[in-house]
Design a protein around this ligand. Structure first.
Ligand code: 3Y8
Ligand code: NAP
Length: 251
């Protein structure tokens, strides 16, 4: 059958997949949550906003006659991934996740693994330090529990209201980032420790390499557990999966 793809997006990999399916002339829609003001333009039609839970997504699959779903969301977008597994099972729609391996420590890395945002907050107990907090906007409130630190905050959009941290400086930038720029940023702000999600991939890796080069410790937030699903790591593997799941790619 002629495929009609839903790509759950918001990552570098999702953008690369959208380019690959557009090049093949495959019908696809890329979906954003609507977290940022100006998501990156895409070469396929885009929809923005939640579906209304797993039930809403299941209804969307039926009403839009989606034949395949690719979950190319960020490894920390756990709720979206759980909903995709539930909705695709409910409607019998094939699902594959396009994901990226977690980063692993290299020689010179000074990582301390913490299980989640709360673990990172707890690990910051102690005397004031200069912290680079590059975990985005959605979790800033949690760090109010450690107000003694100076926080360098990197956000995609200018904050609608001042972040609730008494000592902070905001950098508005969406990435992808470079090691040289992140190194200069950390030196400019005399950063002593970096807090990061284990996003994997290339778009957020610069700060990890910069911390290694500067000999700075990193609080590395491990990924949330996700339900079992078929996973691949490149757009080519997604196209191969499509071809082997009965999709007529017309090639
Ligand atoms: C809205 C859609 C592309 C995709 C680019 C990747 C790389 C740059 C690195 C730092 C870390 C962080 C954050 C980050 C990165 C890529 C990728 C990635 C981290 C966009 C995008 C959307 C979002 C949402 C946003 C979150 C935030 C997280 C900033 C587009 C740019 C910190 C995650 O203001 C907010 O509400 C932002 C929310 C979820 C995490 C958070 O908790 O705040 N991403 N990021 C998606 C949607 O609406 O559905 O504009 O392209 C996508 C990208 N962000 O094609 O170029 O692939 O990972 N995004 C983290 O990894 O720690 C920045 O600063 O070092
Ligand atoms: P989340 O916590 O897993 O999802 C919360 C709710 O947001 C979902 O239940 C869904 O709402 C909606 N949603 C999430 N992703 C969506 C998408 N691609 N399309 C439509 N609705 C979506 O997700 P999140 O961590 O807030 O991430 C939101 C978006 O930012 C995702 O696209 C993700 O890929 C991107 N992103 C996240 C991070 C991160 O650190 N979390 C990093 C980079 C990019 P309903 O229940 O109403 O359907």
């Amino acid at each position: 059958m002629r495929p009609n793809l839903l790509i759950l997006g918001g990552t570098t990999e999702a953008t690369a997949l959208a380019q690959a399916v557009a090049a093949q002339g495959i019908d696809a829609t890329l979906s954003f949550a609507g977290r940022v003001e100006r998501p990156r333009p895409q070469p396929v039609p885009v929809r923005i906003g939640g579906f209304g839970g797993a039930d809403g997504l299941a209804s969307f699959l039926t009403s839009q006659r989606i034949t395949h779903v690719v979950d190319a969301t960020h490894p920390f977008a756990a709720q979206m991934s759980r909903n995709a597994v539930t909705a695709c099972a409910a409607r019998g729609v094939p699902l594959v996740a396009l994901t990226r391996p977690p980063w692993t420590p290299q020689p010179g890395d000074r990582w301390r693994h913490v299980p989640d945002i709360a673990g990172a907050v707890a690990a910051l107990a102690g005397p004031p330090r200069r912290v680079m907090l590059a975990v985005g906007r959605m979790h800033l409130d949690a760090f109010v529990a450690q107000p003694q630190h100076f926080y360098l905050l990197r956000l995609v959009d200018p904050p609608a209201s001042p972040p609730p941290l008494p000592h902070h400086h905001v950098i508005v930038s969406r990435g992808p980032f470079t090691e040289a720029d992140d190194c200069a940023l950390m030196q400019q702000h005399r950063i002593e420790i970096v807090v990061s999600k284990n996003a994997g991939g290339t778009g957020a890796r610069a700060k990890i390499a910069a911390a290694r080069g500067l000999g700075l410790p990193v609080l590395m937030i491990d990924r949330p557990a996700l339900p079992a699903r078929h996973e691949v790591s490149t757009p080519a593997e997604v196209l191969d999966w499509l071809a082997h799941s009965g999709a007529d790619l017309g090639v």
